[in-house]
Design a protein around this ligand. Sequence first.
Ligand code: 6PG
Length: 249
Amino acid sequence: MKPEIKIYPDANQIARAAAEEFVRLANEAVQETGRFAVALAGGSTPKTLYSLLAEDEALRQQLPWDKLHFFWGDERHVPPDHKDSNYRMANEALLSRVPVPAENVHRIRSEDPDAQKAAADYDQEVRSFFQPGAGEWPRFDLVLLGMGPDGHTASLFPGTTALSETERLVVATWVEKFRTFRVTMTFPVLNNAANVLFLVGGAEKTEVLRTVLSESAAPQFPAQLIRPVAGRLVWLLDEAAAGTLSASG
Ligand code: 6PG
C-alpha cells in the first residue's frame, strides 16, 4: 500500500490531525476487538498530541479509556522519573490525567541497569499481551513514530545492529553518538501494525524526508524501512518539513 502524505501548517495542526485519527482508530478497534493497543513515540510533536488528548474535552470524552492499552516503541535507558524518559513524558502529558487503568500502561522497565534484560522483559510483556502464534508477530492497532534528522525512527539508528533484527520484538541497542543504550521495538513488529502514523515537523528534516519518501531511493535511512506488511502508513508533516513535497493518498 502506498503511504498517505498529509501536510499541515505547523506542529499543532499535526497533533490535532493525529488526535482525530487516534480517536477514530481507537473506537474502530474497540468495536471490532474490544480493545485498542497503541505504541507511543517520544519526541516533541507526540507530546503535543498527548496533551491534546488529555485536555480537549470533546476528544477525551470520545475515548473508551479503560479499553486502551499503551505501549512504547522505544525508551531511553533511564528510570521512569528521569527527564529523558519517554514514559515520563507520556505520563505527564496524558496518562496521569485520564482514567486509564494502571494495568493498561505497559511501560519499558528501563530502570534496569542491564538494558538487554529490560529489552528481553519487554519482549515478553508484549508477547504475553498479544499471545502471537508460532511464526506470527503481534499486531498493534496503531504505532506512533517520529523521525530524527539522521533518519532514525523509534530507537532504530543508522548503522546499528538493531536494524537487522529478525526474531526479537524488542532489543537494546548501543547508540554511539549518545554513548548510551536505547531499548527499541524492531522492524518486524513495527511493520506488522495495522496503522503506522509518523509525526514529523521541522525544516532540519526536509532533506532526509525527501529520500525516505522517494519511491526509487536506495535504503539509506532506518525510517525508509518502515513499510507495514498489511497496514496503513500515514505521514503527517508540517510545511517546514515537507518543503517541496506534496500531499498524496
Ligand atoms: C525518541 C523517539 C525518537 C523521536 C525522533 C524525533 O525516543 O527520541 O521515539 O525516535 O521520535 O527523534 O523526535 P522529535 O519529534 O522530537 O524531532
